[in-house]
Design a protein around this ligand. Structure first.
Ligand code: PMV
Length: 328
């Protein structure tokens, strides 16, 4: 086995799923119960550096400059073990990761963080993996991270429970000027994270129906994206988000992520769309609402969202590119 003292830094965007991943058919390797489609979020990024050193006695992890909690360090260390095995190297690593977006705003940092980590850790280990293999690797850290490796609009392909499930780009960031306006209605840290939530999905009697119908929703969403058909996209995106939350609410124990402000924003968005504005919502494992619109309408929508009582702030992002290496 070789030892290495190389360093690499990578940046990856967060992503928002239009068709959601919820529940695994194989939890340890995060093989999802259904496929999903997402948009990378430009400018909402994690930046991660990995430095292997023969002098280290254990892996180290700093998040935003602070030593990470033990459980997070162990998750990252298990991920680095996979990279070390594939690369055939020895030596622990010092990992530094930071996000340029605030925590607790309904944007999962695990997707961007593990996508950036997969790229930085493999490059520092001397590997230059094809994008699909990098996506597959990122999946082992956090499922949705596999969608932050390719650029633009991305589909996480699933065929049965197969081990090599990974994500590919289905359209470039320039393909369609959509904007995600994230309405923040609550900043509290969620009590049940997605890793735990996935394990509960099968306890809902609605999960089997959600999973069975997923190929149909994926087809509609993919076609709507490729044809830039906002009306079709809006209908399937809201349906899919509602179905995931119906599963969450009917799991044992039940998971209710919504707050009063969540429902207020959902109702406003439905009213705006029925009056002709191209706008729709989707909600991840938290109370904040991702309001999707076209670039020409973004400033109007952000203004309207800021006027809703209970909306604390609004972030916005257009379609983002793939995970990329930074040369220092
Ligand atoms: O990748 P995870 O384990 O953080 O799960 C993501 C789950 C959702 O954000 C709710 C849906 C999705 O597809 O991103």
């Amino acid at each position: 086995m070789q030892t290495t003292n190389r360093t690499a830094t990578a940046v990856a965007c967060a992503n928002i799923a239009f068709i959601k991943y919820w529940g695994n058919c194989e939890p340890d390797s995060r093989i999802p119960a259904n496929g999903s489609i997402s948009m990378n979020l430009a400018g909402l990024e994690s930046r991660t550096s990995v430095a292997y050193s023969s002098n280290l006695k254990a892996d180290r992890l700093f998040l935003g400059g602070e030593p990470a909690p033990q459980a997070v360090l162990e998750r990252v260390s298990r991920f680095l073990d996979v990279v070390r095995t594939v690369a055939g190297i020895q030596g622990f690593a010092s990992v530094e990761s930071e996000n340029n977006f605030p925590m607790g705003v309904g944007i999962a940092s695990s997707a961007s963080a593990f996508a950036a980590l997969a790229l930085a850790a493999t490059r520092a280990a001397g590997l230059d993996l094809p994008e699909i293999e990098l996506s597959r690797l990122a999946r082992l850290g956090s499922g949705s991270a596999c969608r932050s490796v390719p650029g633009g609009f991305v589909e996480w392909l699933v065929a049965g429970c197969e081990e090599n499930s990974a994500a590919v780009s289905i359209a470039s960031p320039e393909h369609w000027e959509l904007v995600d306006c994230v309405a923040i209605v609550d900043r509290e840290h969620k009590r049940v994270g997605s890793t735990e939530g996935h394990t509960m999905a099968h306890t809902s009697p609605l999960q089997a129906a959600r999973v069975d119908d997923a190929p149909r929703r994926l087809d509609i969403c993919r076609q709507a994206l490729l044809e830039r058909d906002f009306e079709a996209l809006a209908a399937v995106m809201e349906l899919d988000s509602n179905m995931m939350h119906a599963v969450m609410m009917t799991s044992t124990p039940p998971l209710l992520y919504w707050k009063p402000g969540t429902v207020t924003v959902m109702q406003e968005v439905i009213d705006w769309r029925s009056s002709g504005v191209p706008v729709c919502y989707t909600i991840d494992a938290g109370p904040n609402v991702h309001v999707i619109t076209l670039a020409d309408h973004a400033s109007e929508i952000i203004g309207r969202l800021k006027h809703i009582a209970g909306v604390l702030d609004v972030l916005s992002a257009s379609p983002g590119g793939p995970a990329r290496l930074i040369t220092e």
